[in-house]
Design a protein around this ligand. Sequence first.
Ligand code: GRF
Length: 202
Amino acid sequence: KRVAILISGRGSNMVSVIEAAKAADYPAEIVLVLSNRPDAAGLARAAEAGIPTQAIDHKTFESRESFDAALDTALREAGTELVCLAGFMRIFSAGFVEAWAGRMINIHPSLLPLFRGAQTHEQALAAGVRLHGCTVHYVVPELDAGPIIAQAAVPVLAGDDADSLAARVIVQEHRLYPKALALVASGRAPLEGGRVAFATGQ
Ligand code: GRF
């Protein structure tokens, strides 16, 4: 499957997917890394890895819809079959999400459905949970609410602050995202009728 990765920042999850995709038997090929921020550090890291990169600055568009249309065009021109969001900090219009339904996944740094939105590690500490983690899910119009493909958990330890917790979670993110993408790209976790129809044993 031809995969595009959308980023806004440092792109550490992007790097983990690019690394995994180098394996000969990996079911996805990264064909494009696209950022809405021209200064995203991840763009240089992708270029170093030999992946085509593109920046589409959302600030140069008059509306969310016109930005999303430019994104859609770039994705289609690259022959994209699957979209991976990896720290992409823009909300999409419903039309864009609909166009890529079942073909766009995201990684979120919490055990969804707990702690949607931003500052998930602060949210976890405030709630006093003893398990936290990360989730890969299909993207639906409602933020961080899509059907869950894969999760990984970490303990919350006495003395943790948001930074120490984030550091523990990101290690799991880097393991989880390549695995979840492989599941999706190989057709073992398709979105059917609003649910993930896992292949037996997955
Ligand atoms: C990750 O924690 C991801 O789960 C969240 O944003 C962060 C992006 O980090 N959506 P990176 O750019 O992949 O390093």
